[in-house]
Structure formats: structure tokens, C-alpha cells
Design a protein around this ligand. Structure first.
Ligand SMILES: *[C@@H]1O[C@H](CO)[C@@H](O)[C@H](O)[C@H]1NC(C)=O
Ligand SMILES: *[C@@H]1O[C@H](CO)[C@@H](O)[C@H](O)[C@H]1NC(C)=O
Ligand SMILES: *[C@@H]1O[C@H](CO)[C@@H](O)[C@H](O)[C@H]1NC(C)=O
Ligand SMILES: *[C@@H]1O[C@H](CO)[C@@H](O)[C@H](O)[C@H]1NC(C)=O
Ligand SMILES: *[C@@H]1O[C@H](CO)[C@@H](O)[C@H](O)[C@H]1NC(C)=O
Ligand SMILES: *[C@@H]1O[C@H](CO)[C@@H](O)[C@H](O)[C@H]1NC(C)=O
Ligand SMILES: *[C@@H]1O[C@H](CO)[C@@H](O)[C@H](O)[C@H]1NC(C)=O
Ligand SMILES: *[C@@H]1O[C@H](CO)[C@@H](O)[C@H](O)[C@H]1NC(C)=O
Ligand SMILES: *[C@@H]1O[C@H](CO)[C@@H](O)[C@H](O)[C@H]1NC(C)=O
Ligand SMILES: *[C@@H]1O[C@H](CO)[C@@H](O)[C@H](O)[C@H]1NC(C)=O
Ligand SMILES: *[C@@H]1O[C@H](CO)[C@@H](O)[C@H](O)[C@H]1NC(C)=O
Length: 455
């Protein structure tokens, strides 16, 4: 792992600069980033955000190209399209950063082209025109947030140009067929807008480059597709009406970092081999109707940080392996059908930001290990490991607020020492008083006896 020899450093640095700029605004059109020859207008290192100085010493031939004067302004057609979308254009929209990063342009010539457009908080009078969208077919990223405009059919050129499409509480409604035309997407986010589709596969089936997908609170019905054989890293289908089982083929998504299926109507067991998802950090399967036990394979996921299995019908015992998961910060198992003795101690619970197990009527905690002050929302165990009594009613509400939950532990942590003092405190006082009293009595008796003897 010794540093590369100096002659290697400059090309590496250059490569880094290029990749840094291309991942940002300047990724531009293929013509600009993949020049057949070093033409003055197409150097990808051109954007003035990077200082040219590091590459100015004797260097490989590529840097001999003079920096082009990017002096062109936005393509006039696109300028008109922006005006029709209420984007202020008094200032050149290609000057960075534009307000709210609404517009990002490439560096092509003679006119720069838009590569990214973000519309937010649109006026309700705004309307999309096909002509305007057609002229924006250079866009790679298009985002609508709080834009209640009437949706129209997107021109095909634009649909296949997009790498990223975001629609949050916008466009009133979408169709699966419309979305499925965005075949080059790597990122798809649709949230809080109903999507009329026969199922997720109809939307995603042709998006072979997808890396991150959110289709949440979109009223989508049907099943989770068996074939999500992409390089997905983020999957969020929360807040829909998906039914059926979680297909075990989901464990083929070996780069998956977050899986959110919260609040659907999923049934059946959690796939036994869920632990094959070794990149997983967040998993939320809460608020479904999943049954069976928590699979042991989960213990093999090294970086798991966030686990929400709440409000299902999961049973079996609570696995002890959670206590061994070093990265775990959030564990919500409440409102299930777990039984047995809770296998955790205070050390573990204090390490978590949120820990919830309430609403499992057959689960209990060992009161020699955990204090009732923790308000876990479950009963203490008897000596056979069965719940002693139903949990006090007030406890069941403690699951509601995560903040107060975690502070409960902190209070408890502080208390656990002082609590012992508290127990011993009164005893010591009583003992002290008793000793003092008895010694006074003894003294008086002694004095009386003494005085009688002497007297
Ligand atoms: C760049 O534009 C400015 C005004 O915006 C102009 O004065 C200058 O001559 C232009 N430079 C080139 C090289 O076109
Ligand atoms: C605009 O983009 C820059 C660089 O990509 C980023 O640092 C900044 O936070 C963004 N601003 C807004 C308001 O999104
Ligand atoms: C949109 O409106 C919300 C709240 O009304 C505000 O917080 C947000 O900053 C606005 N975003 C833009 C880009 O104007
Ligand atoms: C998008 O996908 C189509 C195939 O449907 C392909 O021909 C085209 O080159 C892709 N475009 C971009 C910009 O990646
Ligand atoms: C969801 O779909 C159902 C029936 O398919 C419909 O009645 C309901 O209005 C939809 N909800 C939303 C928010 O679109
Ligand atoms: C959903 O799509 C189907 C078939 O395309 C159509 O018959 C139905 O009216 C649509 N529903 C809504 C609410 O748009
Ligand atoms: C998945 O990603 C890896 C590297 O991240 C890449 O080598 C592979 O080609 C990708 N596969 C597909 C189907 O995109
Ligand atoms: C996991 O969840 C936490 C808390 O909700 C969030 O901050 C984090 O960004 C998520 N990480 C991933 C990879 O989704
Ligand atoms: C757990 O639930 C499954 C499926 O509902 C059931 O078959 C099994 O008997 C249950 N196990 C226990 C220990 O209750
Ligand atoms: C708490 O449990 C963990 C894991 O089971 C264990 O390593 C640790 O020693 C326990 N701590 C105490 C104070 O019992
Ligand atoms: C509770 O913990 C104590 C001390 O570790 C142990 O002796 C006892 O068997 C446990 N009780 C139950 C019901 O697990």
C-alpha cells in the first residue's frame, strides 16, 4: 500500500478531477464528455469550479488543451421552456449555483444545454406543455416537488434521456406505463402521488440500470416482483397496498443497503435467507402481516443499523444475536407475538437510540437483570420465564415516542446507581436512628445504674 510513484500521481489526480466534475453538473451530453479529439470546447475539466493550477506543470498531453472559454449561454429554446415553467431567467440559468439548484447546464457550445431541472412549490396555474418538455430532452435529471401540475405524456426523447426522475407530491397522478418508458433511469423517486399500475413489475421491468427506487405512498397494488435482478442499493415501497410474500429472490440484490416495505399488506414469513443481503444497513418491514420467526441468518449482516419489524404477527423468541450487532442503533419489535424471556441487558439497550418491544403479551423481562423503570411495555417474568402479570396499562403507551423512550434509558442509566443508594438510603437512616436511640436508652440506663451504685 505504498504511495504510487510520482509519475503516476498526476494522471491519477487528473482522473479524479475528471470523475469529480463529470459526476456533478458537467457530466453533460455524451458529445461533451467523450470527445473523439481534444477539441477546445469539449474538455471535461473546463468548469471553472475546479482550479486549473494543480495540472499546470509538465503533464500528460491531454492537459495541453487550453481551457475553453465557456461563454455560451443557454440554448434559446430551453430558455423559453424555462420561462414557460415559471423559472426566473433574468439571470443566466447556467450560472452556478442557481437558486435552489433549480437548473444545471452542461458546457457544450455554441449553446449550453440543461442537464438538470428541479421544479418545486409550483404555482397551481403552471401547466406543462409537450413542446417545452420536448425541447428539454437533454435533461438527465428532472425533479418535481410540491408541483400540483396536470401531468402530460412525456416526449420519448426526454423519457429515455433521464437518469434520475423525482416526483414528490406532484403531477397529481402517474401511470405505470408512463413511468416504464424511463428506461435509462438509475434513480426513481415517486412519493405521495398515486400511481395507476397493474403492479411494480409493469413500472420497473425495463429499467435495467436502476440503482435506487422509491415508490412510496403511491397506492400501488399487487405483488413484489420476483425478478428485481438489478444492482439495486435502495428499495423503498413503503405505504402502498402490496400483498403476498416477500419473494426470497429479493436476497439476490446483493448490493442492497436499504429495504423499506413499511406499511403494506405483506403476509407469510420473512425469507429465511434474508441474511444473504450482506450490504444491508436499514430494513423496515413494519406494519404488515408477516408471521413466523425472525430468521437467524440476519445475524450475519455486519452493518445492520436500523431494524423495524413492528406491528406484524411475528412469533418465536426474540433472538439474542441482536445484542452482538455492533452497528445496531434502532430496533423496533413492538406489537408482535414474540414469547419467552427478553434476552437483552441494560448495556445493550443504552447503546441503541430506539428500542421497542411493547405489545408482545407473551414476552417478559427478567427483573433481576432489567428494572421495571425501563417501561418496556411487557410484563416481568416468573421463575419459569412466563409473564407474571399483564403489563401495566400506562406502559403500553411508552412505545409511542422514541425520544422519550431513549431518554428513559438514560434516566435509568443515571438512576441505576442512585437507585441502589435510594434503596440503601432509607435503610441506613432507620438503622442510624435505631442505633442512636438505643445508645441513648443504654446511656440513660447506665447512668441510672451508676447513680444507684454510687448513691
Ligand atoms: C463572453 O461574453 C462577454 C459578455 O457576456 C463578452 O464581453 C466576451 O467578449 C465574450 N467572450 C468570448 C470569448 O466570446
Ligand atoms: C446545490 O448544489 C450544491 C452542489 O451540488 C450543494 O452543495 C448545495 O447544497 C445545493 N443547494 C441546494 C439548496 O440544494
Ligand atoms: C417550498 O416550500 C417549503 C414550505 O412551504 C419550503 O420549506 C421550501 O424551502 C420551499 N422550497 C423551494 C425550493 O422553494
Ligand atoms: C437510453 O436507452 C436507449 C435504449 O432504450 C439507448 O438506445 C440510449 O442510448 C440510452 N440513452 C442514454 C442517454 O443513455
Ligand atoms: C387508492 O386506490 C383505491 C382503489 O384502487 C382508491 O379508491 C383510492 O382513492 C386510492 N387512493 C389514493 C390516495 O389515490
Ligand atoms: C387506471 O388505469 C386503468 C387501465 O389503464 C384505467 O381503466 C383506470 O381508469 C385508471 N384508473 C385511474 C384512477 O386513473
Ligand atoms: C452491477 O454493478 C457492478 C459494479 O457496481 C457492475 O460491474 C455490473 O455490471 C452491474 N450490473 C448490472 C446488471 O448493471
Ligand atoms: C437508515 O435509516 C436512518 C434512520 O432512518 C437514516 O438516517 C439513514 O439515512 C438510512 N440509511 C440508508 C442506507 O437508507
Ligand atoms: C409461529 O407462527 C407460525 C405461522 O403463523 C406457526 O406455524 C408456528 O406454529 C408459530 N410458532 C409458535 C412457537 O407459536
Ligand atoms: C450485556 O450483554 C452483552 C451481550 O449479551 C454482554 O456482552 C455484556 O457483558 C452484558 N453486560 C452486562 C453488564 O451484563
Ligand atoms: C434471571 O436472571 C438471573 C440472573 O442471571 C437467572 O439466575 C435467572 O434464572 C433468570 N430468570 C429467568 C426466568 O430467566
Amino acid at each position: 500500500m505504498s504511495p504510487p510513484p510520482p509519475p503516476l500521481l498526476l494522471p491519477l489526480l487528473l482522473l479524479f478531477l475528471i470523475s469529480a466534475t463529470t459526476t456533478e453538473a458537467a457530466s453533460a451530453s455524451p458529445i461533451a464528455t467523450l470527445p473523439p479529439s481534444p477539441s477546445p470546447t469539449s474538455s471535461p475539466t473546463a468548469p471553472s469550479t475546479k482550479t486549473p493550477s494543480p495540472a499546470s506543470s509538465p503533464t500528460p498531453p491531454t492537459t495541453k488543451t487550453p481551457f475553453p472559454s465557456i461563454n455560451s449561454t443557454l440554448n434559446p429554446k430551453q430558455l423559453r421552456a424555462l420561462q414557460s415553467l415559471d423559472i426566473p431567467t433574468a439571470q443566466d440559468p447556467c450560472i452556478q449555483p442557481s437558486p435552489h439548484n433549480a437548473t444545471i447546464c452542461d458546457s457544450s457550445s455554441p449553446f449550453r444545454q440543461l442537464v438538470s431541472l428541479r421544479l418545486s412549490n409550483c404555482s397551481s396555474e403552471l401547466s406543462l406543455s409537450y413542446t417545452a418538455l420536448k425541447s428539454l430532452s437533454t435533461l438527465q435529471s428532472l425533479s418535481f416537488t410540491n408541483c400540483p401540475v396536470t401531468p402530460i405524456r412525456f416526449p420519448l426523447d426526454l423519457a429515455i434521456s433521464l437518469h434520475s426522475f423525482t416526483c414528490i407530491h406532484s403531477l397529481k397522478h402517474l401511470t405505470g406505463i408512463g413511468l416504464s418508458r424511463f428506461v435509462n433511469l438509475t434513480d426513481l423517486t415517486v412519493s405521495n402521488v398515486p400511481v395507476n399500475t397493474s403492479g411494480l413489475y409493469a413500472v420497473l421491468g425495463n429499467m435495467h440500470k436502476l440503482r435506487s427506487v422509491t415508490i412510496s405512498n403511491a397506492n400501488v397494488t399487487g405483488y413484489i416482483p420476483k425478478h428485481l435482478l438489478f444492482n439495486l442499493t435502495h428499495v423503498d415501497f413503503s405505504g402502498n397496498r402490496l400483498k403476498g410474500k416477500i419473494p426470497s429472490s429479493i436476497t439476490l440484490l446483493e448490493n442492497l443497503e436499504s429495504l423499506n416495505l413499511y406499511s403494506n399488506a405483506l403476509t407469510g414469513a420473512i425469507p429465511d435467507n434474508l441474511g444473504d443481503l450482506i450490504s444491508l444497513k436499514n430494513v423496515s418491514l413494519g406494519s404488515n402481516s408477516l408471521s413466523g420467526a425472525i430468521p437467524d441468518s440476519i445475524s450475519a449482516i455486519p452493518d445492520l443499523a436500523y431494524v423495524d419489524l413492528s406491528s406484524n404477527k411475528l412469533n418465536g423468541t426474540v433472538p439474542k444475536f441482536f445484542a452482538e450487532m455492533k452497528k445496531l442503533r434502532y430496533l423496533n419489535l413492538e406489537n408482535n407475538e414474540f414469547h419467552g424471556v427478553l434476552p437483552f441487558n441494560l448495556t445493550f439497550m443504552k447503546r441503541l437510540a430506539v428500542f421497542k418491544v411493547g405489545g408482545n403479551s407473551n414476552l417478559c423481562y427478567n427483573h433481576t437483570i432489567l428494572s421495571s423503570k425501563l417501561k418496556l411495555g411487557i410484563a416481568p417474568c416468573d421463575k419459569h420465564g412466563l409473564p407474571l402479570s399483564p403489563p401495566p396499562a400506562k406502559d403500553s403507551s411508552s412505545g409511542g415516542d422514541s425520544e422519550s423512550d431513549s431518554s428513559d434509558y438514560n434516566d435509568e442509566g443515571g438512576d441505576s446507581n442512585s437507585k441502589k443508594e435510594g434503596h440503601h438510603g432509607p435503610n441506613k437512616v432507620v438503622l442510624g436512628v435505631a442505633i442512636a436511640l438505643s445508645s441513648i436508652v443504654f446511656l440513660i440506663v447506665f447512668l441510672i445504674l451508676l447513680s444507684k451504685r454510687c448513691g
